[in-house]
Write a protein that binds this ligand. Sequence first.
Ligand code: ADP
Ligand code: MG
Length: 705
Amino acid sequence: MRPPRLAPLFASARALKGVGPRIEGLLNRLVAPRHQGAHARTVDLLWHLPVGLVDRALIPRIADATVGELATLDVTVTEHRPGGSRRNSRAPYRVLVEDESGALELTYFRADHSFLKRLLPVNSKRIISGRIESYDGSLQMPHPDHVAAADGPDTLPPIEPIYPLTAGLTNMTLRKAITGALTQIPDLPEWIDADLLSKYDWPSFAEATKALHAPETEADLLPSSTARARLAYDELLANQLALAIVRQRFKKRAGRGLKASGKIRKTIQDALPFALTGAQANALASIDDDLASPHRMLRLLQGDVGSGKTVVALLAMASAIEAGTQTALMAPTELLARQHLATISSFAEAANLRVALLTGRERGREREAILEALKEGDIDTLIGTHALFQETIQFRDLGLAVIDEQHRFGVHQRLALQAKATGIGAELLLMTATPIPRTLLLTSYGDMDVSRLDEKPPGRKPIVTRTVPLQRLDEAVDGVGRAVAEGAQVYWVCPLVAESELIDAAAAEERYAALRAKFGEKVGLVHGQLSGKDKDAVMARFASGELSILVSTTVIEVGVDVPNATIMIIEHAERFGLAQLHQLRGRVGRGAAESSCILLYRSPLSDNARERLKVMRTTEDGFVIAEEDLRLRGGGEMLGTKQSGLPAFRIAVLPEHRDLLEAARDAARLRLSHDPTLKEKDAEALRLLLYLFERDDAVRLMRAG
Ligand code: ADP
Ligand code: MG
C-alpha cells in the first residue's frame, strides 16, 4: 500500500483548483501515464517540465513577434469586432491592437462580450502575452494568456515557464494547475545520503521540484541544472533500487546446482551441422557455471539477430534436462514460438528430447494432453508464449526457463515474469536480440550477469544496404522481379503508419495488391490482423519457398528465420527507428548467399532520418547501431516507448545522466548489501521514494520475499 502521506500527489488532478472536467480531459491527454485509460494525477503535473521561458524584461514589438511562439507585447487597443451573433458563436470575437510597428488581432471564441469590453477598452494601453499565430495573412493571438494594464507590468510574472501544451490548453491554465500541484508536495524525509547531497549541493526534493517549475535562465531548463539533476537522481535511484530488489530476491533463492556430464549436449552438438562460435562457447561456459553454482542463475544472453542464441539456449537446456529437470522456452509471439519449435525439434531429435508446444491456440483435448504430460514429466522442453506461465500450468520439475526477446514483454510484465520464475524455482536465462547500449542495460536490467554473442557464425556474407528514394519505387519493383526470377526470396516491409495495427495492415494490403497484380501467386501477406493460424500458414509457405515475396507489417520484426530469403525491402525506412531497421535487416543474410537491403525513403529527409539511414549503410554491428540510436534519439525523446520496451523516465535523460545512473546503481547496491529488505530505521525514506516513482512492484516483491 502506498504510504498515506503520498496520497495528495496521487490524487486526481481534478482535485486541484481551476481543474474542471474540461481541463481534466486535456490534462489526461497531456500528462497522464501512457497506458490506456490513465488519468492525470497531481504527481504527473510535477513531472511535466517546462521547455522554455518568457522573460518579460524583453518586451518585443509586434513586427518582431514570431509565429508559433509566445510573445509579450505592449499594445494599444484600437477596435472591437464582435464577429457573429452570440448564437452563431463560431466566428470569433476579435479585438484589434497595435503598436508603432504593426497590428495584431486578439481572438476569442465563445466570448463573453461585456467582459472583453471591460478588459480591453478601446484606446487603453495593455500588456498582452500569448502565442502568436498567423491566420488569413494577419497576425493573431488566440485567447491571450495574460492581459494587464500597461502601467502595471508587474502584475505579470516577470519570467514565465513555458510548457509543452495540447490543443485547447493555454500555458496559463496549465501553469495554474502546476502551481496548485506544487502546493501538494508533502513533507518528505531525505533519502539521499548526506555525502552525496553535499557533494552536488543538491536541494531537497520539494525545493528541487519547485525550482524546476520556476526557471530563471535558459540554463535552468537543461538536464544539467542542479534541480533537474537531483530529481533525475531520485528517479534513477528508484529504478536501480527496484531492479536490485528483484535481482536480490531472485539470487537469494538457492540454485538448483544442476550438474550434467554433458552427454546429451554432446549428442546434440555432434548432430549440429556446424561448430559453435567462440562467443557461443563462452556463453555456454558461463551458463554451465551458473547452473552448477549454489546461486540461482539470472543471466541475460545478448546477441544480434542470427548470432546463434537459440542454439545456445538449446544446449543449455540439454544440461538442465540431463540433470533430471524440465525446461521451458518462452517467446513473445506465437510465430516465434512455432519457429523455435521447428529449430529445436530438429536438433533435439538426435538426443530424443521430448519437445512440445503450448500457446493460446492449443485448446481442448490437445491442451489437456500436453498439461498432463507436463505434470507427469513426459515433456522435457515446453515451448510457448506467455501462456506458459499461467497458473494452471504445472511442470513436474521446471529446472531452467529461457525467455526469448523478453524486452518485448514490457517492463511490468518482465518484473512479473521474473517473480513468477522465482516462484517456480527455475534458473532463468533471458535472451534479447536488441543490442542494448550499456547505459540502458543498466536501467532495464540493473546489475545483471550478461553474456554477449558478439561474433557472427562463420560464412555469413555482409548485407549490402542501399537507400533509394520512393520516387524510384518502380525500379525497386523491377529489381525484385529480376531477383525472384532467379529464385530469390524477398521480404517487403510496409511502414508503421500509426499506432494502430488496423491502419498498418491496410498499408500492407495495398502494397500486397500492387505486387500481386504484377507477380501473381508468388506473393503473400502477413500482418497483425490475421489470425495466428493464417499467419503461420503464410509464413510456412514462404519458408518452404512456395512464396517468393512476403509483404508484411513489422510482425516479422523479431526472430523470424528463413535462410533462403536474401532481399529485404523496407518502405518508408525514414519512419523507423535504428533499432527496428537493424532488426528487420537481420531477417536476411542468414544463409550463405549474398543478401541486400533496400531502404526506400520519402524525400526530403530530416537531418536525423538522413543520419539514421547513413548509419544503416555503414555498419551492421548491432552494438554500434544501438549506441548511435541512443545518440540520435537524444535525451528527452521517448526512450521508453512500447517499441523499445525500455523503461520510460519522466525526468532523467540518458545518456546525459549516465553518471547519476552509475551513482544510483552503486548506492542501491551498497544499501541492499547491508539492509536487504530496507528495514533499517532510515529506510522509510527509500520506501517512499519507490512509491513516489511508482516502483510499487518492487516493494511488494520485497515484502513477499
Ligand atoms: P538468433 O536466435 O540469435 O537470432 P539462431 O540461434 O536462430 O540466432 O541462429 C541463426 C541461424 O544460424 C540458425 O539457422 C542456426 O542454425 C545458425 N547457427 C547458429 N549457430 C551457428 C554456428 N556456430 N555456425 C553456423 N551456423 C549457426
Ligand atoms: Mg532467436
